[in-house]
Design a protein around this ligand. Structure first.
Ligand SMILES: [Zn+2]
Length: 140
């Protein structure tokens, strides 16, 4: 019998939550300036008006990347000898830095990426701690 799927749990619920197996990055948007912020904030950094909480789509374009040839800190499982770090320009206009999946042969500046849940550590009491990372997005 296959084990039940764990419940993915955000390691930082102020930055993102997990809906099923989809990480949702939680940002803010100023309707006056039409700019977004991540992490969330209460007032706009430009006009000082209140901003609204928004959920980001978790998709964007790779702006820069590197490969770190050392084991990742913590208990995240890795298949290779290191991992990629990318700067992703989210569709909401915010740049984030995150682990990127795949190998450097899979990456290119300007390429579309999408967020995925990334398990970290072991399942405990049916719950799986999770980060988010970005992977090349095959959808158009
Ligand atoms: Zn503003």
């Amino acid at each position: 019998m296959a084990p039940e799927s764990p419940i993915y749990t955000s390691t930082d619920p102020e930055l993102f939550r997990v809906e099923g197996t989809t990480p949702v990055l939680m940002g803010s948007r100023c309707s006056n300036c039409e700019i977004s912020f991540y992490p969330r904030r209460w007032i706009c950094a430009v006009c000082m008006r209140e901003v609204a909480d928004v959920d980001f789509a978790g998709t964007g374009t790779l702006a820069a990347y590197t490969y770190v040839a050392t084991p990742v800190y913590g208990r995240k499982a890795l298949s290779g000898d290191g991992y990629g770090i990318g700067q992703i320009d989210l569709d909401e206009g915010v740049r984030v830095q995150a682990i990127i999946g795949g190998t450097s042969a899979d990456w290119g500046v300007g390429q579309r990426f999408a967020a995925r849940v990334a398990p970290i550590g072991d399942v405990e009491d049916g719950r799986q701690a999770a980060l988010y990372e970005f992977w090349p997005d095959p959808s158009p």
